[in-house]
Write a protein that binds this ligand. Structure first.
Ligand code: ZN
Length: 140
């Protein structure tokens, strides 16, 4: 069976509904393994973060200023890592949901199909490059 046939040919072929079952299965496997990877990383980061805090509470009494400053920086870095991992995990989860709904591969912003090349690199992308840039511009 030719998997690519449905993607390359004809009208509507580039929408999610035009994707072949094989292709969708492949994406789902990819997204699930990505989700699990992120989940593991996230849980490790949570444990580490927790340990960091315990150490901090334990030593707080003997701290000088410089010491507590570097600890704050360390904690901030850990917190922002947690946030990033959580964001990515949510995104992978979200992409899996869209896959189930049959809306995967279409941009959430302009609802045009997201180029296959982009999905190959970022399987959890739910917007096209253009809308992503717009969104980031608005957020910053
Ligand atoms: Zn878009």
């Amino acid at each position: 069976m030719l998997v690519n046939g449905a993607v390359v040919t004809g009208k509507g072929a580039s929408t999610a509904k035009g994707r072949s079952t094989d292709e969708i299965d492949q994406i789902r496997v990819l997204l699930r393994s990505r989700f699990e990877e992120l989940n593991t990383e996230y849980e490790e980061a949570v444990t580490q973060n927790h340990r960091l805090r315990l150490v901090e509470i334990g030593d707080a009494a003997g701290d000088d200023q410089a010491d507590s400053g570097s600890k704050t920086a360390e904690r901030d870095a850990a917190t922002s890592l947690l946030r990033t991992l959580l964001d990515r995990r949510t995104q992978a989860e979200h992409a899996m949901q869209r896959l189930d709904e049959g809306t995967y591969g279409n941009c959430e912003g302009c609802s045009n199909p997201i180029p296959v090349e982009r999905l190959e690199v970022f399987p959890s992308a739910t917007t096209c490059v253009h809308c992503k840039q717009n969104r980031e511009r608005r957020a910053s």
